[in-house]
Write a protein that binds this ligand. Sequence first.
Ligand code: NAD
Ligand code: ZN
Length: 248
Amino acid sequence: MIEQVAQIIKNVSRGAVLTGAGISAESGVPTFRGKEGLWGKFRPEELATMDAFMANPKMVWEWYNWRRELMSKVKPNAGHYALRDLAEYFDNFTLITQNVDNLHFEAGSPDIIELHGNIQRNKCAKCEKPFEDESVEILPDAIPACDSCGGSIRPDVVWFGEMLPSGAIERAFFEAEHSEIFFSIGTSALVHPAASLPMVAKQSGATLVEINPEVTELSGMADFRFACGAGEILPQLVELLKEDRTNG
Ligand code: NAD
Ligand code: ZN
C-alpha cells in the first residue's frame, strides 16, 4: 500500500499535509485525545479559553508553563524529519499544523502554516501586541503587563472559540484545494475549521492519505489509511522515494 502512495507522489507536483498532536506523540508530547491523551487528567477545553484566563489567569499560566517546560525538552522525531524530506519530492508542498510545539520548524520543514500559534511566543490578551522580552520568565503569581495597554500577557496560541491567525486558514484552504495528494497525520479531525481541510482536499480531487493508529471521522473518506505511528510509516515512504530516485 505504501508503494502505491509513493507511485502517486512521483506523478504529482502539489502536496499538502495537516498534522495534529499525534505527530509529536513519539517525541514525548502528550496528545489531548487518543489512548495516551491528556483528556481526563486535565480539561483543555476548560483551560484553553479566554473565559478561563479572565477567571483564573494563574491556573491557565500554570498549565501553559507546565506544557512549555515539557515541550522545551523534546526533539523532533523520525516523522517530523520524514515530512521535511518529503517536501523535496514536490514542486509545492505545504505543511499545515495544528501543533504549537515548534517541532516542524526544528526539523526544518520549508513551508509551514501554524494554525494554532506557537507555545513559545507570548502576546497581550487585550491588544494582541507580541511580548518579546525573553528575559522575563512568566510567573503565574506575577503575570507581566503589556507595555502599550497594560493588558495581561498570555501565550500566543489559539484558544477554543477564538479566530485563527488571519491569512493562515485562508492559505491552508487554498493549499488543500490545490493539492493533488493530501496527508492527514496524527489528528483526531474534530477541531474545525482545521478538520475540514482534508475533506476539502478530497472533494477537490486530491488523494487522501490518513496516518493515525486510531479510527477518526475522516477514516471512511481516506483513499489510503495507515493505522500506525507517523514515525514508523513516513520514513518508509521517504525511503521508497529515495531508492526510486537513485535507481531511475
Ligand atoms: P488530538 O490530541 O485531538 O488527537 C491526536 C491524534 O493523534 C489521535 O487521533 C491519536 O489517535 C493520534 N496519534 C497518537 N499517536 C500517534 C502517532 N504516533 N502517529 C500518528 N497519530 C497518532 O490532537 P489534534 O487533532 O491535533 O487536536 C488537538 C488540539 O490540541 C490541536 O489544536 C493542537 O493545537 C493542540 N495540541 C497540540 C499539541 C502539540 O503541539 N504537540 C499537543 C496536544 C494538543
Ligand atoms: Zn496590550
